[in-house]
Design a protein. Structure first.
Length: 119
């Protein structure tokens, strides 16, 4: 792995991409454009306030675009940008890794917690 040094801006970007909801939003939008409530259904635990903040951060960073769809009534749709699409493989790899290794991580957490209680 190359020696990667990130300054404040790079660190901020990683913090925003790896926050609580961004990976799931990017994964959902890589499949197809979605409206706000579709994203909420995809991630039922997210609050409207948290989802709004996440979408704004992703839009500001150029990963997502907000589009007005001329329907009656007018709708807002969120789409992945070409820049955001470059994250498709890493995002899916990270999410897949989390699913595949959750049991091992949970066991490590339990082991750690048991050791902490004994000390």
């Amino acid at each position: 792995m190359p020696d990667v040094k990130l300054d404040g801006d790079g660190r901020d970007l990683l913090d925003q991409l790896f926050d609580k909801w961004s990976l799931l939003v990017l994964a959902a939008l890589c499949d197809r454009p979605r409206r706000f409530n579709e994203l909420r259904q995809y991630m039922p635990a997210v609050t409207p306030k948290s989802l709004t903040a996440c979408l704004r951060r992703l839009e500001r960073n150029g990963m997502v675009e907000r589009a007005v769809v001329s329907t009656d009534p007018v709708a807002i749709e969120y789409r992945i940008t070409p820049l955001g699409r470059t994250l498709r493989s890493p995002v899916h790899a990270i999410l897949e890794w989390a699913v595949d290794h959750l049991d091992v991580v949970e066991a490590a957490r339990c082991h750690y917690d048991e050791r902490r209680v004994d000390t």
